[in-house]
Design a protein around this ligand. Structure first.
Ligand code: SAM
Length: 386
């Protein structure tokens, strides 16, 4: 990086803060100061971009193009792993507008102690340290090399927050209590141990995804010794899944779609619904159960001809993307009729007036149960049993 370019980053960082403000994603002047002051390019010296054929190439943040992109409102893929099923993403620097949205929703005040789950590049930890002071910031990542790199890069900036390599699902009991816990990876359930590590009134902000792609950002307040409760954030979020150990998560088991022993019918629910209406997909996921997989099938020059969903019990549904008079062909096999579950979720959501994320809430109790409600606790719409 040339000296001029290195000096340029301040102008870029100011522009990023201005862009986020204009987009309504940054309103607190103290977080604006943090975005202007922390050099994202130093914590993300390079990142990966994917080609249309699926291969990856690396871009240096030291080039003019790299520097401009690092200070744009873009998620940057920062760590990859090669595994039996191909290359998977291990870490990324979150889209800045989502970061500022989350930091503001966290509602921190001077003197508060914050635990971050998912150190990644250390950029979010640096923003927190800038605002709260190193001694109030704790961050954990399951990838030891990432933690070490973040530690070295933060130290060059003069920041020394407490960084730990380990499974963040356990929180950091040795440093608890915290006033706030922010998770920058998605969890299938909110670990009760996180709730135990904040006092009553303490806040946990995390992406809850009980199934693949199904869920969003939820902000829980610890109410008492056995309950945490709060609304989903109006902003949709999709983070990388929490992993129990370093490296990729195991790939989902394959379900064969045997069209010879299948049932055929038609549906008026557009098969794009789960993907374009993420609330419906979230509601449907409770009925579909864990281990959902989905994808596209029947590639043609005009794109895929159908979508499919499958569950580990061998159930599957394939739905044509092309509609005939508003009706799509459905082919289903295995013990359960999966598309009926999606249709039912769609029907309920429509009956409630098509609510967005912000109208839903979650109660987590010490026995591990998660109850999703609409507008207020009591109006239960889905339950994740223990
Ligand atoms: C979106 S990245 C985090 C971005 C980060 N906050 C930043 O500012 O660069 C998600 C991170 O979660 C980490 N992660 C995944 N499973 C984890 C676990 N069990 N405990 C802690 N971190 C985990 C990944 O290694 C990855 O670095």
């Amino acid at each position: 990086m040339t000296t001029t370019m290195a000096q340029d980053w301040r102008a870029h960082a100011r522009r990023l803060a201005d862009d986020l403000e204009r987009a309504g994603k940054l309103t607190d002047p103290r977080w604006r100061d943090a975005i202007r002051a922390v050099p994202r390019h130093h914590l993300v010296p390079s990142y990966h971009r994917q080609n249309a054929d699926g291969s990856w190439w690396r871009i240096s943040s030291g080039t003019a193009e790299g520097l401009a992109e690092v200070y744009s409102n873009t998620v940057l893929i920062t760590a990859l792993a090669d595994g039996p099923t191909g290359t998977t993403v291990l870490s990324s620097s979150t889209q800045p507008s989502l970061m500022t949205r989350m930091l503001e929703a966290l509602d921190v005040r001077a003197g508060m102690r914050v635990l971050e789950i998912g150190t990644g590049t250390g950029y979010n930890a640096a923003l927190l340290a800038h605002r709260l002071g190193d001694e109030h910031v704790f961050s954990v990542d399951v990838e030891p090399e990432l933690v070490e790199l973040a530690r070295q890069r933060l130290a060059v900036l003069g920041h020394h927050p407490t960084l730990v390599a380990g499974d963040g699902a356990a929180g950091l009991p040795e440093h608890a209590p915290f006033d706030r816990i922010i998770a920058t990876c998605a969890v299938p359930r909110v670990p009760w141990t996180w709730v135990e590590q904040v006092p009553p009134g303490g806040v946990i902000l995390t992406d809850l995804k009980p199934a693949l792609g199904a869920g969003s950002l939820v902000r829980l307040t610890r109410i008492d010794s056995d309950r945490a409760e709060g609304h989903f954030d109006p902003t949709y979020a999709a983070f990388l899944d929490l992993r129990q150990q370093p490296g990729g998560n195991p790939a989902a088991g394959r379900v064969d779609r045997d069209h010879h022993h299948a049932e055929h019918r038609i549906t008026a629910v557009d098969p794009r619904t789960p993907w374009t209406s993420l609330v419906v997909w979230f509601l449907a996921s409770f009925g579909l159960g864990p281990g959902i997989s989905y994808g596209y099938a029947g590639c043609s020059p005009d794109g895929p001809r159908s979508t499919w969903i499958a569950t580990p019990d061998g159930s599957w549904a394939e739905i044509s993307l092309v509609a005939d008079d508003g009706q799509h062909q459905v082919t289903e096999g295995g013990p359960r009729r999966l598309w009926s579950i999606v249709e039912d979720a769609h029907r309920r959501w429509r009956d409630w007036g098509e609510p967005a994320w912000g109208r839903f809430g979650l109660t987590v109790t010490s026995d591990g149960s998660h109850t999703v409600w609409l507008d207020e606790p009591g109006h239960t719409v889905a339950v994740l049993a223990r």
